[in-house]
Design a protein around this ligand. Structure first.
Ligand code: FES
Length: 158
């Protein structure tokens, strides 16, 4: 996202200080993380200290300050998913994507993340890929989903 894109988001909220959280959420949605330059722009336009923006960005776990891949693979490691084999799924992703959990592939296509219970235990083990919930996952079905995302990417992105 260019800084002009950040400006657009800010304008949508009329550069309102009260909308800081929503602005940061929208910027992250576009970028998958919060670039430093974007946060500086938000601080400037909202006429608030950069420390206030950082404070908000670091308070909420859902914000990421480091670049992440285009596709986020999130494995639920809550108890229900864990006992149904979530660890195997993480290992599968690590093998397929050749990156440790928490990391991002060199081509910036995939990031593997782990979260605690997301409240859909009946679906466990659960993997969320680009916001879409995939329940009752097995290593095989996970491989298929990842392959599908890769294929779509090879065809020119989703
Ligand atoms: S433990 Fe995974 S959704 Fe609850």
């Amino acid at each position: 996202m260019e800084l002009s894109g950040v400006d657009k988001v800010i304008d949508q909220y009329s550069a309102s200080k009260a909308s800081l959280l929503a602005i940061l959420q929208d910027v992250q949605e576009a970028e998958n993380y919060l670039p430093r330059e974007a946060m500086e722009r938000v601080a400037k336009r909202l006429t608030i200290p950069i420390a206030q923006v950082y404070q908000m960005a670091t308070f909420f776990e859902s914000f990421h300050l480091e670049p992440r891949g285009k596709h986020i693979c999130t494995v639920c490691m809550g108890t229900a998913c864990h006992v149904r084999g979530a660890t195997r799924l993480v290992e599968q992703l690590e093998r397929d994507l050749e990156v440790p959990s928490g990391g991002t592939t060199k081509d910036m296509q995939f990031t593997i993340e782990e979260v605690n219970c997301v409240g859909a235990c009946a679906l466990g083990p659960l993997v969320i890929i680009d916001g879409k919930y995939h329940g009752n996952m097995t290593s095989g079905s996970l491989q298929k989903v990842v392959k599908k995302v890769r294929k779509a990417e090879d065809k020119g992105g989703k």
